[in-house]
Ligand binder design. Structure first.
Ligand SMILES: [Zn+2]
Length: 300
C-alpha cells in the first residue's frame, strides 16, 4: 500500500504532468512525467552487481517524454561546454571510511571518473561543496522512505541544475530530470559509499555506479528498459535487450535475436548492469538524449 506521503507525491506528479503539458502546447517543447513502479527496470535475478533502484515511467509517460524530445531535437552542444556543479552529501553511521565517512580524496576521484566517462559529451563536472552528516537512519535511507525525504530536504541544494550526490548505505538510485520541478527536494543521485572509487564493493568500486546513476539524472533509461520492443529504452542506437547484463560481462550475447532487433546486447554500456570493469560507453544517441533532457529541464 502506498503511504499518504507517496499519495501526495503522486498527486503532485500528476498535477505537474498536466501543467507541463499545457506549457508544452504553448512553447512546443515538452514535458515529461514519471510514475510509480513498473517492473521494467528492476534487476533480474542473478546479475550479482550493485542493484539500481531507479524507477521507470509507465508507457504513457514514456510516450509523452519521447514526443517532447522529438520536438526538441537540435544540434548537440559542444563537448564539455556544460559545467555541472556537484554537491556531495556524505551520510555516515560512525566515524571512519569503513562506516561511510568518505574522504575528500575519494570524492575528488569520483569527480574524475565522471569527467572521464562523460568526456565525449557536453557535460563536465566539478566539486562544488561537501557536507558530512553522522546519522545512522539517514545513512541507511532507502528509496521513498521518510528518511530520504528528511535527509534530502535538509541537505539538498535547491537548484535544478546542481547535482546533489548523496552517499550512504541504502542502495543506488536517481531521480529523472522531468521530475525536478515537482520534486526539487528529492532531486539527485544516491550511491552506496562502497561503490565510490577504491571502495569495498567487490565488482563495482571504480565509480561507474555513479556514472550510471547520473545517466538517469540526465534522462537515460536502462538499456533493457523495454526488453525486446522497437522502442526499448527510447534510444535508437542501443540494440534491444531482454534482460540486464550479468556480472560476467556477456559480450556477444543477443537476447533479442532476429531481423526485427538487429545488434548484440549493449552489455558494455554504462546504462546496463555489467560490473565496472565491463561498463565503458555511452552511445551517440544517448548523449544526444542527455543533452536534450538537460537543456529542457535543468539548464539555468
Ligand atoms: Zn539504473
Amino acid at each position: 500500500m502506498k503511504t499518504s506521503t507517496k499519495d501526495c507525491r503522486l498527486v503532485f506528479r500528476i498535477t505537474a504532468f498536466f501543467a507541463a503539458l499545457v506549457l508544452a502546447v504553448s512553447c512546443s517543447h515538452k514535458p515529461e512525467p514519471v510514475n510509480e513502479n513498473t517492473a521494467a527496470s528492476q534487476q533480474p535475478a542473478g546479475t550479482g552487481i550493485e542493484e539500481c533502484l531507479t524507477k521507470s515511467p509507465d508507457d504513457k509517460q514514456k510516450i509523452a517524454v519521447q514526443k517532447s524530445l522529438d520536438q526538441l531535437r537540435h544540434a548537440r552542444r559542444a563537448t564539455e561546454s556544460v559545467m555541472i556543479d556537484v554537491a556531495f552529501h556524505v551520510l555516515y553511521k560512525a566515524p571512519g571510511a569503513a562506516n561511510g565517512e568518505v574522504d575528500q580524496a575519494t570524492l575528488n576521484k569520483q569527480i574524475d571518473v565522471l569527467n572521464a566517462a562523460y568526456s565525449g559529451t557536453p557535460f563536465k563536472f566539478r566539486l562544488a561543496s561537501v557536507d558530512k552528516t553522522l546519522n545512522v537512519s539517514w545513512f541507511n535511507m532507502v528509496q521513498d522512505s521518510a528518511d530520504e525525504v528528511l535527509a534530502k530536504s535538509r541537505l539538498g541544494i535547491k537548484r535544478k541544475e546542481v547535482l546533489n550526490f548523496y552517499t550512504g548505505g541504502g542502495g543506488n538510485w536517481s531521480t529523472f530530470p522531468w521530475d525536478v520541478s515537482a520534486e526539487l527536494d528529492l532531486d539527485g543521485v544516491v550511491c552506496t559509499f562502497s561503490t565510490l572509487p577504491g571502495g569495498s564493493s567487490s565488482s563495482n568500486n571504480e565509480g561507474d555506479v555513479a556514472v550510471h546513476e547520473v545517466g538517469h539524472w540526465l534522462g537515460l533509461f536502462h538499456t533493457f528498459e523495454g526488453k525486446c520492443t522497437a522502442d526499448n529504452d527510447l534510444v535508437s542506437d542501443t540494440p534491444a535487450e531482454q534482460i540486464a547484463a550479468t556480472a560476467n560481462c556477456p559480450i556477444g550475447r543477443d537476447t533479442c535475436p532476429g531481423a526485427s532487433f538487429p545488434g548484440l546486447d549493449p552489455v558494455t554500456n554504462y546504462m546496463d548492469y555489467g560490473t565496472d570493469a565491463c561498463r565503458k560507453e555511452f552511445t551517440s544517441e544517448q548523449v544526444s538524449r542527455m543533452d536534450a533532457m538537460h537543456a529542457l529541464y535543468r539548464k539555468p
